[in-house]
Design a protein around this ligand. Structure first.
Ligand code: F3S
Length: 426
């Protein structure tokens, strides 16, 4: 791989052992990918603080420096970890104290994570603790080269913001943080950003639920390709696109899509395909919509619901306001739990707006940092849960061995209030 003089100096240790290890990792990674060079990045979203048995063991052996060296730099020497070279944020991790006692999630993990937060924030990592960094201050601009993890964030970054990132991992983001470099391949290359597939909605896509179901279909069809999406699309908002992208990255591995006339790199359908051949569209009609709905509800048999999960990807302030509005003056069923996951920064705003109080007075909870799928924990005794998130309906039954219902926010709130699932496709 072609290296600049600066990159060679980093590799050779001029900036310390940790930076040398990071550069060595990036060179090996880039060569394995066939990248010809590295590209500068000043925006890294990775993860270091999530507690895991392996991380705990490394921490006990040699502190957080050892855990970072082994997990994020693939280096088994004892090295000092310096301040991050470029702006870096921490994504979602495990549950924090606000979930203590609500789940079987171990208190030790909460403590360990707190300790990790101190270590990494002292080294310049912004602890955003969310899968939606773009909702709370990490908003890259069009064309900016980034190194992000988390599939739902990656697809939002590429598609909605027009910034450029591959779906990175703990090691490559760890190394990017210390060097400000990432291999120049995949979604960083302009020629790899044009659409490859065309999907056409023949039914209206005009609600949060429909954007999620449609995304789930698109992901199933194109898998890891780059779809352009046309048809009966109402103007989406941030929450719709968050749901749509997360769903494409759940049933498939979509990292970049185009909505001609809406997303920044596709002012027209022709532009989405870079002036190249436009394929025949794959239709999404009533039959496909029903099939997606049935797939997302295939894990539900009992209509006795004991857990409602909202906020996947983490809820926006508007979504929190809507939940509060639907719950105001009401009380959820004694046998159900309702959680809304959101970034901590937005919970602060929800507190200030009174949304948290309304949700809490109704018996629900506004939780931060994580989610049941990420922390592998739900309220004790959960057998059946309901959600408005296609991603969570897809993953949680397999992760926790529970039944799932997928529906609208109103249906989820109804289930929270009655303890009964009464949803159905409209
Ligand atoms: Fe976020 Fe958890 Fe969903 S990390 S995208 S809320 S699965």
């Amino acid at each position: 791989m072609l290296l600049t003089d600066e990159e060679k100096r980093m590799r050779d240790g001029a900036e310390g052992e940790a930076v040398a290890a990071a550069m060595d990792l990036l060179i090996r990674y880039g060569e394995a990918l066939g990248a010809e060079r590295l590209v500068e990045t000043r925006n890294v979203a990775g993860t270091m603080t999530q507690p895991s048995p392996a991380k705990r063991k490394l921490f006990e052996e040699g502190g957080w420096a050892r855990a970072y060296a082994v997990i994020n730099l693939d280096c088994d020497r004892d090295i000092e970890i310096p301040r991050m070279r470029v702006p870096t944020c921490q994504l979602q991790h495990g549950f924090d104290e606000d979930a203590a006692g609500l789940t079987p999630y171990p208190a030790q993990s909460i403590e360990l994570q707190r300790d990790a937060e101190s270590f990494y924030s002292e080294r310049g990592v912004n602890i955003l603790a969310t899968c939606t960094p773009y909702q709370v201050g990490n908003l890259p601009v069009r064309g900016e080269h980034c190194a992000w993890m988390e599939s739902s964030a990656v697809v939002y970054c590429n598609s909605v913001l027009g910034a450029r990132t591959n779906c990175e991992g703990g090691a490559s983001t760890g190394a990017a943080s210390l060097t400000g470099k990432i291999p120049y391949w995949g979604n960083h290359l302009p020629e790899n950003r044009f659409a490859t597939d065309l999907i056409r909605a023949d039914v209206p896509i005009d609600s949060f639920q429909d954007w999620g179901m449609f995304g789930y279909y698109v992901g199933e069809i194109v898998q890891e390709a780059r779809p352009a999406v046309i048809g009966s699309l109402a103007q989406p908002d941030l929450a719709d696109l968050k749901h749509f992208g997360a769903a494409t990255a759940t049933s498939g591995g979509v990292e970049l899509y185009h909505l001609p006339g809406i997303t920044p790199e596709a002012p027209t359908l022709e532009a989405a395909f870079g002036g190249g051949r436009i394929p025949e569209p794959v239709p999404y009609g009533e039959r496909e919509r029903r099939r997606v709905y049935e797939t997302l509800n295939a894990q539900g048999t009992s209509t006795d619901v004991d857990f409602i999960l909202l906020g996947c990807p983490h809820a926006s302030l508007d979504q929190l306001a809507e939940v509060a509005h639907l719950l105001e003056g009401r009380r959820i069923h004694a046998d159900t739990e309702l959680w809304v996951m959101t970034p901590r920064a937005l919970r602060t705003m929800a507190d200030r707006n009174g949304y948290t109080r309304i949700i809490t007075e109704a018996g629900g909870r506004v939780l931060t940092d994580s989610c049941p799928a990420m922390s592998k924990a739900a309220p004790p005794g959960t057998r059946v849960f309901a959600t408005d998130s296609a991603k969570q309906a897809h993953y949680l039954p397999a992760i926790l061995g529970i039944e799932a219902w997928f529906g609208t926010l109103a249906e989820c709130i109804d289930a929270a209030l009655t303890g009964v699932w009464r949803g159905g496709l409209r």
